[in-house]
Design a protein around this ligand. Structure first.
Ligand SMILES: [Zn+2]
Ligand SMILES: [Zn+2]
Length: 134
């Protein structure tokens, strides 16, 4: 039916791949997503899609999870950056993604601030102090 298809089977029908980072076998079917493209253990992905699920990218570079963001409605999505071409993708988390890996991703930026955290005290208390004095 699809003679030129590069994937082993139609997506959603038992398709799987080896994680680019930890080499664990990953099933493409997962709770919360129709086309999982990242590893539930280490959250790394591979650059195979231009549009989620289309498998049309020629890059094939490893995609590093760099942060998470909260989508409207409360779901989290992972931002992946391709080590090959630098492209950024946003991917919904799946129901069985490793929660510790997700949380460490979420706190990574706050744990490596580009300024001393002590300064936050002054910044935040400044306006409040003004209000109290007024
Ligand atoms: Zn992995
Ligand atoms: Zn790429």
């Amino acid at each position: 039916m699809r003679p030129k298809s590069r994937v082993r089977t139609r997506r959603g029908a038992g398709e799987w791949f080896h994680c680019v980072r930890c080499n664990k076998p990953v099933m493409a079917d997962a709770a919360g997503t129709a086309h999982r493209n990242h590893c539930p253990w280490c959250l790394w992905s591979r650059h195979v899609d231009d549009i989620p699920g289309d498998r049309s990218s020629e890059c094939r570079g490893a995609m590093e999870p760099i942060t998470v963001w909260a989508r409207p409605g409360g779901d989290w999505a992972i931002i992946h950056r391709c080590r090959g071409c630098g492209e950024l993708h946003s991917n919904r988390v799946a129901g069985d993604d490793n929660e510790l890996a997700l949380v460490s991703l979420a706190v990574r930026a706050i744990s490596q601030p580009p300024f001393p955290l002590e300064r936050l005290g002054d910044t935040m208390l400044g306006p409040i102090a003004d209000l109290v004095e007024a």
